[in-house]
Design a protein around this ligand. Structure first.
Ligand code: BGC
Length: 553
């Protein structure tokens, strides 16, 4: 790769220049963040105005958010990036719920084979779940509510109804109703044939019918919409639901009148609000403002969807390990002298997607542990039962500003590090040897420092870019002004999040907040309550199934 191969000799100075050069490619200044967020807002406007834009801004036909008083028991099926889940969700009506779930694996063959095989497998999983958990039937909801999530009355329920199921389908779907929508494209490594262009609810219902299952798919929801609804259910309101996991995306509450592409349709004439699924993973597919490096280009070129989902490829768990692997390989292959692992690689490191983002997370965890407090996610009381109460998610500006800038290549000069840091590097060295299958003799402490540095560069850039999407939604919905200087009256701006990165990657949330603060100012950033939308896919699907049964779907 260009930055390393052209160099002659690898003296410490030359090596440092190589690292500095890579580092410069990954840094994002405040101006960069502003440019990216401005483009975000332009793309929001385009997608709200017309169909067929990469940032699809999909109307979801979900026209309200729950308030936590909803009740009922529903089945939910969740096909996301990594897992397939079948859940039984009991909404208790007091902001709490009980969820029972079973996870099933989706093989690579199913992901890329015929769609009917994939949907038959989904139906089989529901069948297996119903057999195992016989109580998975809709219960009689008890209260009437004046919102779209109000529970249906007993009279409205069919005496022997098929089990209503909400489907969380975490891929771009152009929805035309709560229970209808065509698959636009696959993402996150899925490529099942004869699915794109077809109605996903119909594909699933056909599979249920083929298997004679007494189950009816009544509602379709994206995982981001699920995150929004479930955070609203547990905390009484929510503006934005977003996922920072295997993939990334966000859904927010928009004025229907702004969704101009709905034209004069009844949905628009009714006015009010509607949740819009942005599909922001496809932001800036032309890469005019995204800070593309050669390492990113390689990820894109070798992916199954080149030139698509550009933003997702900078942000999400599926790709961060691969970007980092590309950096490490370029240092191993540096000419005329290698700059990493004595020029040796391993079969793991040579394999496409061979460096899991979870390894980066372990490496960073080993470096960060015991240093400074980070900003935790809010955990609502309804989902607090299993663990210890979490601190409020409102950030302390103090905490955030104390987080040192470990990103710098300077931290690869191990001779200048403290004993504590050397001990941390020793732990990282162990992780590298064990998880990447390298020979211990080829991994020095300096190598460990380089792997830590590369991981943090890639993850920090992802977190800062994630802040742009959140800031864009705040500006779009009138909660903030780009550049700061405006403060909403609202006490809190509630955001529901889910996904492995935001939940587990060290400092991801803190770095995202730093970026948000640079973009919208500290006062607004402090009001943003980013909290875990626990089990959002299951709870969100159940809430949509409730709305659908109410509408007689
Ligand atoms: C999909 C979105 C989904 C996101 C998070 C993306 O690849 O296009 O629909 O919400 O992943 O799972």
């Amino acid at each position: 790769m260009a930055p390393t191969s052209a160099l002659f000799g690898a003296s410490p100075d030359v090596a440092r220049r190589v690292l500095d050069d890579i580092e410069a490619q990954f840094r994002l200044s405040k101006d960069d963040l502003v440019t990216i967020t401005t483009q975000f807002l332009e793309d929001f406007a385009l997608g709200l105005g017309e169909y067929n834009h990469p940032m699809a801004m999909i109307p979801t036909f979900v026209t309200g958010v729950p308030n936590g008083s909803e009740t009922g028991t529903f089945l939910a099926l969740d096909l996301g990036g990594t897992n397939l889940r079948v859940c039984e969700v009991e909404l208790l009506g007091n902001h709490e719920f009980v969820l029972r779930q079973q996870k099933y694996k989706v093989s690579e063959a199913l992901k890329t084979g015929e769609a009917t095989a994939l949907f038959d497998y989904l139906a089989d999983s529901v069948d297996a779940f119903l057999t195992e958990f016989a109580s998975a039937v809709p219960s009689s909801p008890t209260t009437e509510q004046p919102n779209p999530f109000a529970s249906p009355s007993l009279a409205e329920l069919d005496p022997e109804p098929a089990v209503p199921l909400g489907l969380t389908f975490s891929f771009p779907v152009e929805q035309t109703a709560l229970n209808r929508g065509k698959i636009l494209t696959w993402t996150k490594g899925f490529a099942a044939k004869n699915a794109v262009g077809h109605d996903v609810v119909q594909l699933l219902q056909d599979a249920f019918n083929r298997k004679h299952l007494h189950v009816r798919c009544v509602a379709l929801v994206n995982d981001t919409v699920g995150a929004l609804l479930s955070r609203a259910y547990t905390s009484g309101g929510c503006l934005l639901g977003s996922i920072f996991g295997t993939g990334t995306n966000g859904a927010y509450v928009e004025h229907v009148e702004n969704i101009r592409k709905l034209g004069d349709s009844p949905a628009r004439q009714n006015g009010g609000y509607m949740i819009v699924n942005t599909e922001w993973g496809a932001f800036n597919n032309t890469r005019t403002v995204l800070p593309t490096t050669p390492f990113d280009n390689k990820v894109d070129r070798e992916s199954i969807n080149p030139r698509l989902q550009a933003y997702e490829k900078f942000i999400s768990g599926m790709y961060l390990g691969e970007i980092t692997r590309n950096i490490l390989l370029s240092l191993i292959d540096a000419a005329p002298k290698p700059l990493l692992f004595n020029g040796r690689s391993s079969s793991q490191l040579n394999a496409h997607y061979g460096l899991d983002t979870a390894i980066m997370s372990e490496v960073e965890e080993a470096w960060e542990t015991g240093r400074v407090p980070t900003v935790p996610l809010t955990i609502d009381s309804a989902v607090r039962k299993e663990g210890k109460p979490a601190a409020n998610g409102l950030p302390s500006a103090d905490v955030a500003s104390k987080i040192p800038d470990w990103q710098s290549a300077h931290f690869t000069d191990v001779d200048s590090l403290s004993q504590d840091d050397l001990a941390r590097l020793e732990r990282i060295r162990g992780i590298i040897i064990q998880r990447l299958g390298l020979d211990a003799a080829d991994v020095s402490l300096r190598d460990a420092a380089i792997v830590r540095w590369a991981s943090s560069l890639v993850a920090n850039r992802a977190a800062r870019l994630s802040g742009c999407a959140v800031a864009a939604v705040l500006v779009q919905t009138g909660r903030a002004k780009l550049g700061g200087g405006f403060v909403t009256d609202e006490e809190k701006i509630i955001v529901g999040v889910d996904g492995s990165l935001i939940q587990h990657y060290p400092n991801f949330n803190t770095r995202l907040r730093e970026s948000l603060r640079e973009l919208v100012g500290e006062e607004v950033e402090k009001k943003v309550d980013i909290g875990l939308a626990k089990d959002g896919s299951g709870v969100g699907a159940a809430l949509c199934a409730l709305q659908a049964t109410k509408q007689g779907l």
